[in-house]
Design a protein around this ligand. Sequence first.
Ligand SMILES: Cc1cc2nc3c(=O)[nH]c(=O)nc-3n(C[C@H](O)[C@H](O)[C@H](O)COP(=O)(O)O)c2cc1C
Length: 348
Amino acid sequence: MISKDCFFIVVDSTLICWDFQAHKQYEMSTAHAQRLMYLIENPGCVDQACAIDQALISAGVVKVDQESTEAWGWDVLSRIYHFGTKNIPLEDVPVDETAWAKLYLEHCESLWQKQVPLERQHSGAESGIPLPSRTCEGELEKVLLRRSTVREFLDFPLRLESLAKILQYTLGFVDERELPESCGLPDAFRKRRCSPSGGGLNSTEGYVLANNVDGLDKGLYYYEAASNRLLLKSVDIPQLGALLSGQHFANNLPVGVFFTSRFDKLWWKYEHSRAYRNALLEVGHVAQTFQLMSTSLGLGTWLTGALCEKEIEPLLKLENAHEQVLFFVGCGYASGEATPESLRELAR
Ligand SMILES: Cc1cc2nc3c(=O)[nH]c(=O)nc-3n(C[C@H](O)[C@H](O)[C@H](O)COP(=O)(O)O)c2cc1C
């Protein structure tokens, strides 16, 4: 059987076999490509004594064991992108904050070697229409201006009431859409949040990492929006940095939420891979609401998409493979610093 996790593409006159689950690429010789074509048409003819078959098996392109038949409801484009960008193997995962700061500084220094993308040039010929300058009159404007990403948190607990408020306004349901009975929309899909939702499906879910919350044991909880409850999923939680690609400056974040998307809900309504964008965009909207609500409560916020899914997923105890973790946003009392002390010290 040929692996469902490989695609083939021509790059610089060479046929490349790209195993997007294993994050490996192989150049295919003519002999390997011809043999593979033969095995595609004759799947029962794999010969383990043949050197080419052995190479194809050891690369995982040809499977001798039964392949898992994990469902995917969109076409293959989004499957390649989703799994091809998940569980990225990192050469150097920082083991502590100092190691992270060193690696990050090296990364910044390597960036300065490259041409910086040009800003859009103003054309003198275009006079443009000047707009009135920004005003800051309402509460919303003040919160929008105060929101910023911080990377230094204080060892100060969050109140359970604050967490509840953030969750209710981020993921909780606020009311129901008025639609005629005849439209046949299931009741579950009438619910509305404070953020827009692709197709009104509310496919975004949240798993709360409680690290330092007054009145709540440390652990990872599912926020059940319909009942406004936290359901305990895991108690032994590794340091946050180890789950988030070595960003150890976030280890003392009092609270964070892992946002997942229920792809199966989106599959039900939209067949094309384009709906995968909706999953990402919806999480982005919800994440912004989380940040604005947290900011309005005087908290600092931090966010990342650099997830180590293999480590995170077992803690979330996801009930089916069609729910996938996509993003993390945290909040807490903070110094207001965008740069952690470890990095400031190294830069000095
Ligand atoms: C999609 C997305 C991913 C991000 N990932 C990270 C991250 O991995 N680590 C981090 O420290 N900040 C991350 N950030 C925060 C950005 O660095 C930050 O928003 C940016 O520097 C602008 O600063 P501001 O949020 O204070 O306006 C991310 C932001 C977005 C929108």
